[in-house]
Design a protein around this ligand. Sequence first.
Ligand code: NAP
Length: 253
Amino acid sequence: MEKIGKRFQGKVVIVTASTQGIGFAIAQRLGLEGASLVISSRKQKNVDEAVEKLKARGIEVLGMVCHVSDAQQRKNLVDKTVQKYGKIDVVVSNAAANPSTATILESKESVLDKLWEVNVKTAILLLQDASPHLTKGSSVIFISSIGGYNPASSMAMYGVTKTALLGLTKALATELAPNTRVNCVAPGFVPTHFADFITKNETMRKTIEGSTLLNRLGTTDDMAAATAFLASDDASYITGETLVVAGGVPSRL
Ligand code: NAP
C-alpha cells in the first residue's frame, strides 16, 4: 500500500458514499496517489471523522454531507467541488442501498423505488450535474457488484439494480466519449458494514470463501486498487467495461 504511484497528482476526484468501507478505501487510495478529494455521505459526523483520517495521511480533502437522493445536496457537492478546485477529473459513483431481503415478487413498491432510486437513478442525476465540469481525459467509475451477474435470492432486486449499472456503463461510455471514459467495478463479497449480515455469519462466510478461487473474501483495498487503475491514465484505452474483482467467482450474464 505504501509503494503506490502518484497517478492522480493534480486531479480532482469526487467519490460518493465515501466515509467508510469501499468508498473510503477508494478515496484514500486516490488521495495517496495525489488526488484532491471530495468525500461525502449522509452523516456530518462520519464526514468529519473521514476527513480527519485522510488529512492525517497528508491528503488534500474537502468533505460535505451529500445524501445521494437529495437533489440540493448533489448540486451542492458539484458546485463546492468546482468552486474549490475548478474542475472534475474523476467521479466514483459508489452509493447503494439494500433495504430488504424480500424476494422480488414480495418486495413492496416503496422498496423497488428506493433500490432503483439510490442504486441507479441518483448516479445518473449526479452525472447530469457533474458532466459540464468533466475535463478532457476524465473518468467515471460505477460500483456494481458480483450480484449484478448472479443475483442472490436474499438480495435479488438489489442485484438487478447492479445489473443495470453494467448497461449504464456501456450507454454512458458512448454518450461521454471521447472526452470521458466510463467504466465499472463489480466487487465480490467484502466485509464492510453493508455486508455484515452475510460476512459476519460464520457459515455463510465460509461458503462464500469456498466459492472463490482464491479462498478468501475481498478487501476494500482490492476494490480501491481496481478502481484506481480504471480511473487512471493506465486505463486510457479502456471504456465501457466492467472489471469483476471477486476472487474468481463466476461472472457471466
Ligand atoms: P459500507 O461500508 O456500509 O459504506 C457505505 C458508505 O455509504 C458509508 O460511508 C455511508 O455513510 C454511505 N452512504 C450510505 N447510504 C448513502 C446515501 N444514500 N448517500 C450517500 N452516502 C451514503 O458499504 P460498502 O460495502 O463499502 O458498499 C459500497 C458499495 O460497494 C455499494 O455500492 C455496494 O453495493 C457495493 N458492493 C459492496 C459489496 C460488499 O460485499 N461490501 C459487494 C459488492 C458491491 P453514511 O451512513 O454517513 O451515509
